[in-house]
Design a protein around this ligand. Structure first.
Ligand code: SAH
Length: 229
């Protein structure tokens, strides 16, 4: 997957993506990254990228002409996404969908965001990582990319571990344990030591149901609805 990021802070990338699974995947060529510094396309001697909002109000807006020039010069095709609190929520199914793309282009906003006309002109899709406001799209882009790269073929050693993870089947994950079997007076549940794979799977499924019902009634309802069809 080829990733191209438009930003005024290219030095933020690849950030934490250079470590662990995502870092190894980059070295192995499973994904590659290119950043475009939007400021390189500024039109005045101060290299300004922002201006005051039309109609007044607080903060600054990223200029349509500068960002437009950058995209015109550097956009190589494929899906183009603006990280935005107004966007469609990033979910695991959205992550899966994005992981099928060969090219992903991401625009990171700063200040109070970007001029609306750029979104229209380039048919840019908006994606939000949650109902809170960050200072910049770079943080959101890194999080989205982390989730997308993680599910690319060959990134996780054990593909099966993707299968029963939280959100893949609308249920949160059951509790997990490892050694030591007894720690400070707390024992791993007997069931998990029984060696009976079918009973263990049933126990884990029950726990997943219980945890989802308690913590995320919205997801639990979705799960129940999915069973009806
Ligand atoms: N004035 C805007 C917020 C701007 S925050 C509003 O009220 O909607 C500055 C930049 O951070 C945005 O341009 C966007 O790229 C990014 N950003 C902030 N919160 C985000 C979120 N929840 N998801 C994705 N991107 C976000």
């Amino acid at each position: 997957m080829k990733v191209k990021v438009f930003t005024i802070f290219p030095e933020i990338f690849p950030g934490f993506l250079q470590y662990s699974l995502t870092g190894r995947a980059q070295t192995e060529g499973i994904w590659s990254l290119e950043t475009v510094n939007i400021r390189d396309y500024a039109l005045d001697k101060h290299a300004s990228v922002d201006d005051t909002p039309c109609g007044g109000g607080a903060g600054m807006i990223m200029r349509a002409d500068v960002l437009g020039r950058a995209i015109n010069a550097e956009y190589g095709g494929g899906r183009i996404i603006y990280m935005s609190p107004r966007g469609k929520p990033l979910t695991q199914s959205k992550v899966r969908e994005l992981s099928k793309e060969d090219n992903l282009t991401i625009v990171c906003g700063r200040f109070e965001g970007i001029d609306e006309r750029v979104l229209e002109a380039f048919s840019i899709e908006e994606i939000s990582i949650g109902d809170y406001i960050l200072t910049g799209g770079e943080q959101a882009a890194l999080i989205m990319l982390d989730a997308v790269i993680r599910v690319l073929p060959g990134v996780l050693g054990n593909e099966a571990s993707l299968k029963d993870e939280s959100f893949e089947y609308l249920l949160l994950e059951h509790p997990q344990f490892t050694r030591p079997i007894e720690w400070e007076g707390r024992k791993v549940p007997d069931m998990l030591l029984s060696g009976h794979h079918q009973n263990i799977a049933a126990w884990q499924h029950d726990k997943a149901l219980e945890i989802t019902r308690e913590r995320r009634p919205d997801l639990y309802q979705k799960y129940l609805d999915s069973k009806k069809v």
